[in-house]
Design a protein around this ligand. Structure first.
Ligand SMILES: O=C(O)CCC(=O)C(=O)O
Length: 265
């Protein structure tokens, strides 16, 4: 069995507070047996305004957030998928919203830059990530001990072609900070659809609550199995969602309903 966990947070604008919370929750997940742990989108910096986000953006390979993730993975001997952090881009006013993956030796072994940038306007709610983020251009997949893991971030969930482009994977991970409004309507349906159509596990780590800046996020971090069943969920608040990747079960689903083999395009 392979135990994986998603961390749910309600991140604040204080990077040091967020690092302390992440350390506490990841340690709790590991005490409960997790060998691979996923943090949510912008776990270290959510709540910072756009200009402060650019100020804390790190060059790849160095900076306090990357040092923290690498040390934590090494110390706890886990695979750590670092939600997302802002990496410095060539445009001084924009960042790259990046997931970095660390192995149990604390080495950086995977990267994915969020490709689809969220835009949404309804009433007083408005988001336009392309103002402050440079989109990624490459699919991200890495090899974990139990098989291939595909990387995606939040709004990417709405674009099934990204997940097809990963090739067959055992697990899709999705760090997120879904809005309360869109999350209530679409989050679980889309996550379960990605698990069903790709016949793999889906692990989603969300922000979930009312943040100090007033923003409300949907939460509902969850683990879904290859049949589309929700195995564990945390509706709101900080905490850990944990479960097993059962490869024999996944193979059974793929054998009894060989939809992946029946693809024609
Ligand atoms: O797709 C959505 O509804 C939410 C996406 C989002 O909040 C994000 O990508 O940051």
């Amino acid at each position: 069995m392979n135990t994986v966990a998603a961390i749910q947070m309600i991140s604040s604008p204080s990077v040091s507070d967020n690092l302390a919370t992440a350390r506490r929750l990841v340690s709790q997940a590991v005490q409960d047996g997790a060998q691979l742990v996923l943090l949510p989108e912008y776990w270290a910096i959510m709540g910072l305004n756009d200009s402060d986000k650019v100020k804390v953006a790190e060059p790849l390979g160095s900076g306090p957030i990357q040092d923290f993730m690498s040390s934590l993975a090494r110390e706890l001997k886990i695979w750590l998928i670092g939600g997302t952090l802002p990496l410095a881009s060539e445009d001084a006013e924009k960042v790259i919203n990046t997931t970095l993956v660390y192995n149990p030796q604390g080495e950086h072994v995977g990267r994915y830059d969020k490709i689809h940038l969220f835009g949404f306007t309804k009433g007083t709610e408005s988001y336009n990530e392309s103002k402050t983020i440079v989109p990624g251009q490459h699919v991200g997949v890495f090899d974990a001990p139990f098989g291939k893991v595909g990387l995606s971030v939040c709004y990417d969930l709405r674009f099934p072609e990204l997940f097809r482009a990963m090739g067959p994977v055992a697990l899709i991970v999705l760090p997120a900070a879904f809005t309360y409004t869109t999350g209530m309507a679409h989050w679980e349906i889309l996550l379960r659809a990605r698990a069903i159509e790709n016949q793999c596990y889906v692990l989603a780590a969300a922000q979930g609550g009312i943040h100090p800046n007033g923003r409300r996020t949907w939460g509902h971090s969850m683990l879904i199995d290859p049949w589309g069943a929700v195995k564990a969920v945390l509706p709101e608040g900080e905490g850990v969602v944990r479960g097993e990747i059962d490869l024999a079960y996944m193979d059974g689903v793929r054998e009894s309903l060989p939809a992946l083999k029946h693809r024609t395009m």
